[in-house]
Design a protein. Structure first.
Length: 255
């Protein structure tokens, strides 16, 4: 029987304030993006792993403050004067660690935005002291910013993240699917994204509803895949083809 074709339609994430679930792992960051909170240095660094909500919170703040959002990798010197007329969000700053011109542009944007009395938000995955920016003056200014870290999710937040990811794809899983996944998947935002994507593709390919049975099937397939990978990584499985295993290792003496 031929495999059912599936169409990989892009999911549109919901990025409103009401779509963000506040939990202990992100409460500080949520408090800091409140418009009534004045960042001591006029700038905020928001960090966290992939899928932790950096982009979501950045867009919430941008909408409330009227800030413009720009990826660090696309920033140029020509952009700086216009961007500096208001608050700015610069996303994924560590991505320009090897890009001298982009770092120079961000340095000038940083100075100009603050000089004009506006606020600057910068985002990245690791803590700011690990961004490794080659421009020392920029790195020092980044580390001087107020810092809010988004930590890995607890059970409650992970369940809400899964529900949001399903909703972004306009999928309504059976009620017992998310509790089943929360109890068995890796506890990270990236894992939540991968699980939802995998289940969506599997359901489409097999023309099935997104049920606990489908989740069980997916987990079983993933375990088999990991087992095969582990077996392939064993030293005895890496013996070159056509060559006998090396038996020259001395055996221990018998007592």
């Amino acid at each position: 029987m031929s495999e059912q074709l599936s169409f990989d339609l892009p999911a549109k994430p919901a990025l409103g304030r009401d779509d963000f679930f506040v939990a202990p792992s992100n409460a500080m960051a949520v408090a800091l993006i409140d418009m009534n909170f004045a960042w001591p240095s006029g700038k905020l660094v928001l960090t966290g792993p992939k899928g932790s909500g950096k982009t979501h919170l950045a867009h919430v703040w941008a909408r409330d403050s009227g800030a413009r959002v720009i990826p660090a990798q696309t920033l140029t010197e020509a952009d700086v004067p216009d961007l500096a007329k208001g608050p700015v969000v610069v996303e994924d700053v560590p991505e320009i660690a090897e890009d001298g011109p982009a770092q120079k542009a961000l340095f000038h944007l940083h100075n100009m935005v603050l000089t004009h009395g506006h606020r600057l938000m910068m985002t990245g995955r690791p803590a700011p002291n690990l961004w490794g920016l080659g421009l020392a003056d920029l790195q020092s200014r980044v580390q001087a910013a107020t810092h809010a870290a988004l930590d890995p999710p607890d059970d409650a937040l992970l369940a809400v993240v899964l529900a949001k990811l399903f909703n972004d794809r306009q999928i309504t899983p059976k009620p017992d699917v998310i509790p089943y996944l929360v109890g068995r998947m890796d506890r990270s935002f990236a894992a939540a994204q991968a699980v939802v994507d995998r289940l969506d593709r599997l359901a489409l390919a097999e023309h099935r509803t997104l049920s606990r049975a489908l989740a069980i099937q997916m987990m079983a397939e993933d375990r088999k895949s990991e087992d095969r990978k582990s077996e392939g990584d064993r030293p005895e499985d890496r013996t070159p083809k056509g060559r006998a295993p090396d038996d020259s290792t001395p055996k221990s003496r018998e007592a």
